[in-house]
Each structure stands twice: as structure tokens, then as C-alpha cells.
Design a protein around this ligand. Structure first.
Ligand code: F3S
Length: 729
């Protein structure tokens, strides 16, 4: 006896997920568990779950539930059921609707909202069809046979979907008719390829088997369909629910080939039990077996109008074969996205089965979320990893395709000198690592900045601007550089700055930092220096006396050295020289205001404005003779002297406080000084004067270079003359 078991026997993708989810929950939770209707059309599984405490409830019973978790089975339910579940706050619920069915719900909801009439091709009493109809407020027109098409009258625009287990052949026939009745028809062939593929395989197995067993629940529509298909190819086809059903069939000849196929709702353990049972059977009376088989076939014929159905199915299979795309492992093809879930992307490949693309296999770049990037209906390139992943689905991947695209993109980016904004992910020996579209890019320390980088850790998690400078796909090596970008930008800045920074030009900038010797000013990406002596026409002790960082300034370019990227600036040159028009500003005889800036032995220097000091000679400080200037003035005093003389050439201004004192006071003092008593005093013999009096020393110092070198410090001739006169007295 040779047993040929179908590869796709047992649970389909949607059913497996649902059943496993219920078992997993029951095993790990003590909560009461309910299923909304039997979880699958298989009594053995349902009974097994019942023993574990899982109860079946109807939609009407939901509001009465006081605790526990309700599972929605893979057939799906209408929109209103979700509302009923949400309204009962004492229970939880979990949706196990098959993604393929959920897709139909989405289509129906969308087109119902758009005002389309909804046609649902399927069996009106099937839970899946009832659920689908619940997404168009139960207004859908259910079509199972051609006779139902009479309902179509006065429909302008319609959307048509199919129950996932509906016959492809019947679908094609119905669509042809409906197309002729409605102008605007949106057709969605939602028949599940899993079903078609199982039927196709079942047909092949039945064709080469002497006896074929179709294992599955009697209520399961897809099991019934498999039975129909197999009957068309193998006369001795038996529908069994479990191992017990083969008891009456008897024992077989060892030469027999026995085909085993199973419906999408048949669990693996029931198939295993059947296989075990068969292996214990011994050769027996062939005649009696054949007799019994014929009985079963006859029963099937009676129930399902066998001849017509087999014919239908065969035609359907032929159509399916013709329309099917051929796939093989490694093939890169394009599909259309049917569904995106948290775990996978379902892709229609035009093949008998849909492709399943794991969500983490969509992009090489882990930062990309397929749910954000992709939508249902998008076309997507995929690679076939396995034509059948064991659940009847095509296993897909995009990683290699993505990687190829990324390498091509990187090569193009390098050729075009494209810049990427990235984040430094990791600091490694000799540089840092970042990723572009999921591809590792190494940036050496020397390529991070224009200057030497001592502390690489300072780049961790920081943004980088990177350009690809080296690419070796064979070695999977990509080298990036931020430095090349910075250098190019700097070169452009230098060009721009030196173009406008011509000597004599006035430009604007912002004070960046101060040092003892001057202020650095940003003049468009490059810093120029205002030397401390060029900050003001007056005396400046420190640049901070005039400027502070952040100040916006206008400056005059003194010197521009492009080769060494040095620019000398002047702030004081932005205003006229204080000695220009000095005679107009300080006319002789005018009383002016100033501040005592310095005091010397021969007088006080009064600052009239930055860069312009006038001298109040000691003889002009008061209207009487004074010993020291400090007896009358101190530094910082604000005084209002009269201008006595102005010499623009030697930059000297003589001032007099004495001249501002009203004359009567002076006269009174003069009279006192000429009192007769003093004249009558006996004349004392003149004392011998020291060789060099204090006054003489002062004159020497006064006339020395030390005092006459700098602006404002110079003493004018009449002051010198005055001193000499006093000495001779
Ligand atoms: Fe889903 Fe297809 Fe199974 S629609 S439940 S995978 S038969």
C-alpha cells in the first residue's frame, strides 16, 4: 500500500492562525474563553476545545456575557458585531478574522460609502458571506447562482466581491453576465488562492490514486469541494471526518495507491490519526472494499449532483491552470499588496496562492515602517523564497532586492556627490559608523571635520552630513566623509567673503569673540580681526570696553590676505577722523565740555571726545596761582573750559578754566596781591637758586620726547614758554 499525502493537507493559513491563537490563549490563561460561532467547521476540534472550557456564543448572547474573552473566528463578522462587542465593557475580544476576508470587508465598506451597490457572490447562509454583508449595512445583493441575477435591475454602479471559497468557474460565468448588465462595475476576485491550490493538488493526487480519502468536517465547504474534485478523478473517493470512519472500509491490497487530501479546517492530528490507522490495515477482500466505495460515491452523487459539479470543477481547474503565473525559487517578480498587518504583507502575485512577506523582511532599513511606507494596492517587487511555505502560501522576501536598490542608489549618490543627513550610530576604532537606507557606512576620524578630531565620542548620536567617497560592493564597504562637504563649503565661503572684502570697503558682521589684542568679527562665514588700536579713535584699554560678542557691527576692510585667509578690519574708520573740521567743532573762545582724563605736573588733559584731548595748563586751571593741578582737579571731573587755541596740524588744543571765571573775582584778587604792606616789607637778599630747580626738571621733562610723542600728550610752545617764564621769575 502506497500512501500519497497532499502537501497542502490540513489547516489553511487563516484557520491555522485562528485555531492556534485560541489554543495558545486557553493554555496560558484561566479566563473564560468564548468563540463567536464554532472556531472552525470541524467537530473534533470544536469538541476538543469545549473540553478545555471554550464555549461557543452567538452575537445575540454577547451583551449577556459578564466576563472573559471572545474570539472572532477566521470567517469574520459584520461591523455591527464589533460595536456589540465594544458595548459590553465586561468582556475582552480578539479578532481572528483571516486577512483575506478582512480585505473583503475593507473593499465592501469603501464602496458602500462611495454609494456603489454591493454584490456578494457566495452562499447567503455562509457565516463569511453574512459577515461581509455586515460591512454594507446588510444591503448587499447575494448571488449564488445565475437565477439570482434577476435581482439586478436599475443598478448604475456596483462593486462585486466573492466568498473566499467560491468556485472560480462559477464566478467567471456570473461575472460575464453581470458585466453586460451594469456599466460601471468594480470587480474584486476575492476567491482565496489557498482553496484553489488545494483543489488543484487534490485533483492530481486523486488522478494517480486507486483510492482517495478526503478528510474534513461535513460542514466544511472547502472539504466538500475537495471531495467533489477528487470524485471527478478517482471513482473510489471517500469523505471521512476522522480515523474512525475508515473502520467500515476494511483492509487493502498492498499494491494499492491511496491518496490522502484534507480540507482547510482539518487539524494535523486528525490527519496523523488517519495515517496511523491505515498503516495498521492489512490486505483484505478487495471486492467488499470496492462495493463500499461505490456506495459512498453514490451517496455523494445523490447529495451534490456529482456529474455537474465534477464537470464544473474540472473546467475551473483548467482555467486556473491557464491563468496561473509560474513561480520558482529565487524569481524576482512584482505583486500587488492585498493587506498589511503587524506581522506580514500579503501580496497578490497572480499565482494560485498569495505571497506572504514578513514585515521585517520588507526593508533593509530597520527605521522604515512598512505600514507607513506602503498601502494596499501598491505594486511591490518581491523575491520568491519558497513557492509553498507549508501553509500553501508563497514565502517572499525583499531584503536582497532592497539591498540591490540601496547599492545602486549609493553608487549613484557617490557619482552625483549627493549629501546624506544621518545620525552617528556608533563610535568604533578610528572613526564612527552610521547607516544609509540600512547600509553600514564608516566615516573615518580624518573625514569627520576639517580639523583633527581628538574626541570621537563627541560625535555619538550626533547628526552628520555625509557624502560617499568610497564604495566596494564586493567587500561590502562604504566610506563616508563629512570633511569633503565642509571643505567645499568653506572654499565657497572664502570666495564669497574675499570677493566683497576689498580694502576700503565697508561691510557688516557680527562680533564672535574678544581677545586682549582685538575682536574677531564674522563677516559671512569667515572671521576678520579688528585690532584693539582700530576699535576707536580714542584710547582703548581692552576690546570689551567697546564691543561684546553678538554685537552687529559695520567695519572697514583694511587688509585682505586671501592666501592666508586673514582679513584686517577697522571699526574706528567707520566714523570721520575726530580732527577733521576740528576748528569748526571747537572754535576759539567757545566754552566746551570735557572730562579730566590725565593730570601732569604742567596741567590737565581734558578729553573732549574720543581722540581729542585739550590741555588746561596749570596756569589756566584757576584764577590764582596753584601749586599742583590736583589741588583743584581730579581725574574724571567734568569741566567746562574755554578754547584758547586750536592747531589742526600739530593736533593741539589749549583750554582755559581760568578764562571762564568772571573778571570781578580776578580783579579783587589782583588788588589783594598788590597790597602796599607787601611792597613795604624789607627786601631780603636773594637766595642762591639750586643749580637745577624742580621747575627746571619739569621743563626738561615737559620738553622731552616722552611728553611730545603722542597725540594729546604733546605740549604746545606757549605752555613751554610759560614754564620758562615762571622759572626765570
Ligand atoms: Fe483565509 Fe483562505 Fe483559509 S480565506 S481562512 S486562508 S481558505
Amino acid at each position: 500500500m502506497k500512501i500519497i499525502k497532499a502537501k497542502n493537507a490540513g489547516f489553511c493559513f487563516g484557520v491555522r492562525k485562528a485555531v492556534e491563537a485560541v489554543y495558545e490563549y486557553v493554555e496560558s490563561n484561566s479566563n473564560q474563553v468564548y468563540t463567536l460561532g464554532p472556531i472552525i467547521h470541524n467537530d473534533d476540534v470544536v469538541k476538543h476545545l469545549e473540553k478545555k472550557g471554550v464555549e461557543i456564543v452567538s452575537e445575540e448572547e454577547i451583551p449577556k456575557l459578564t466576563n472573559g474573552l471572545v474570539f472572532i473566528r477566521s470567517h469574520g463578522v459584520g461591523k455591527k458585531v464589533y460595536e456589540t462587542l465594544n458595548a459590553n465593557h465586561q468582556i475582552e475580544w480578539k479578532d481572528l478574522t483571516c486577512p483575506f476576508v478582512k480585505r473583503i470587508h475593507d473593499i465592501v465598506l469603501e464602496y458602500d460609502e462611495k454609494g456603489y451597490t454591493i454584490f456578494i457572490v457566495g452562499k447567503a447562509t455562509h457565516p463569511e458571506v453574512i459577515g461581509i454583508n455586515g460591512w454594507c449595512k446588510q444591503h448587499g445583493i447575494i448571488i449564488e447562482n445565475e437565477s439570482d441575477l434577476d435581482q439586478i435591475q436599475g443598478v448604475n454602479q456596483a462593486c462585486i466581491v466573492a466568498q473566499t471559497t467560491f468556485s472560480s468557474e462559477k464566478w467567471n460565468v456570473l461575472i460575464k453576465i453581470i458585466q453586460n448588465k451594469i456599466n460601471k462595475l468594480e470587480i474584486f476576485n476575492t476567491i482565496c488562492h489557498t482553496t484553489s491550490e488545494r483543489q488543484f493538488e487534490a485533483k492530481e493526487i486523486a488522478a494517480e490514486s486507486d483510492i482517495t480519502y478526503v478528510i474534513g468536517g461535513k460542514k466544511s465547504s472547502n472539504t466538500r469541494k475537495l471531495f467533489e474534485v477528487c470524485c471527478g478523478k478517482c471513482e473510489r473517493t471517500f469523505a471521512i471526518e476522522n480515523a474512525n470512519d475508515i473502520e467500515h472500509i476494511g483492509k487493502y491490497n498492498s499494491d494499492l495507491k491511496i491518496g490522502i487530501v484534507a480540507g482547510a479546517s482539518t487539524p494535523d492530528w486528525i490527519i496523523e490519526e488517519v495515517l496511523d490507522k491505515m498503516s495498521t490495515l492489512e490486505e483484505t477482500n478487495k471486492e467488499s472494499v470496492v462495493e463500499q466505495q461505490e456506495e459512498v460515491v453514490e451517496e455523494a452523487k445523490t447529495e451534490q449532483v456529482q456529474d455537474e459539479i465534477v464537470e464544473d470543477v474540472e473546467m475551473s481547474m483548467e482555467d486556473l491552470e491557464k491563468s496561473m503565473v509560474t513561480l520558482h525559487r529565487g524569481l524576482v517578480t512584482t505583486g500587488t499588496i492585498l493587506k498589511i498587518t503587524d506581522d506580514e504583507v500579503i501580496v497578490n502575485l497572480g499565482y494560485k496562492s498569495d505571497g506572504v512577506l514578513p514585515i521585517d523582511d520588507v526593508y533593509a532599513d530597520k527605521d522604515k515602517n512598512p505600514k507607513d511606507e506602503l498601502s494596499v494596492g501598491d505594486e511591490i517587487d518581491v523575491k520568491i523564497i519558497e513557492v509553498n511555505d507549508g501553509n500553501g502560501n508563497v514565502r517572499l522576501s525583499r531584503r536582497d532586492i532592497e539591498a540591490n536598490k540601496v547599492w545602486t542608489m549609493l553608487q549613484q549618490a557617490m557619482d552625483e556627490k549627493k549629501e546624506f543627513q544621518v545620525v552617528c550610530q556608533e563610535v568604533v576604532k578610528g572613526g564612527v559608523v552610521t547607516f544609509i537606507e540600512g547600509c553600514r557606512v564608516f566615516v573615518p576620524a580624518s573625514q569627520l571635520a576639517m580639523h583633527f578630531v581628538r574626541n570621537l565620542n563627541s560625535f555619538e548620536n550626533k547628526e552628520l552630513r555625509v557624502r560617499i567617497i568610497e564604495l566596494d560592493r564586493r567587500k561590502k564597504r562604504v566610506i563616508g566623509s563629512q570633511r569633503v562637504i565642509l571643505e567645499e563649503e568653506h572654499a565657497q565661503v572664502v570666495e564669497d567673503v574675499f570677493e566683497k572684502a576689498q580694502p576700503g570697503e565697508k561691510i557688516s558682521g557680527e562680533v564672535k569673540r574678544l581677545t586682549d589684542f582685538g575682536a574677531f568679527v564674522d563677516i559671512g562665514g569667515l572671521d576678520g580681526l579688528i585690532h584693539v588700536s582700530d576699535l576707536s579713535w580714542g584710547r582703548v584699554k581692552h576690546p570689551s570696553d567697546v564691543l561684546k560678542p553678538g554685537d552687529a557691527v559695520e567695519v572697514i576692510v583694511l587688509k585682505a590676505d586671501k592666501e592666508n585667509e586673514k582679513i584686517s578690519l577697522s571699526l574706528k574708520d567707520t566714523i570721520p577722523h575726530p580732527w577733521a573740521n576740528i576748528e569748526d567743532k571747537y572754535p576759539v573762545g567757545e566754552v566746551v565740555e570735557g572730562t579730566v582724563a590725565r593730570i601732569t605736573g604742567f596741567g590737565a588733559f581734558v578729553s573732549l571726545e574720543p581722540g581729542v584731548d585739550g590741555l588746561v595748563h596749570i596756569s589756566q586751571v584757576a584764577d590764582k596761582r596753584i601749586e599742583k593741578v590736583e589741588d583743584v582737579l581730579k581725574i574724571g571731573d567734568v569741566v567746562k573750559p574755554k578754547v584758547i587755541s586750536v592747531d589742526p596740524e600739530t593736533k593741539k588744543i589749549s583750554l582755559s578754566i581760568r578764562a571762564t571765571i568772571p573778571k570781578p573775582e580776578r580783579m579783587e584778587r589782583t588788588e589783594k596781591s598788590e597790597r602796599p604792606a607787601r611792597a613795604q616789607q624789607p627786601k631780603r637778599a636773594p637766595k642762591a637758586r639750586p643749580v637745577k630747580s624742580k621747575m627746571a626738571k619739569e621743563i626738561e621733562r615737559y620738553a622731552s620726547d616722552e611728553l611730545t610723542n603722542s597725540l594729546g600728550d604733546s605740549i604746545h610752545a606757549d605752555a613751554l614758554e610759560e614754564l620758562r617764564k615762571r622759572l626765570s621769575e
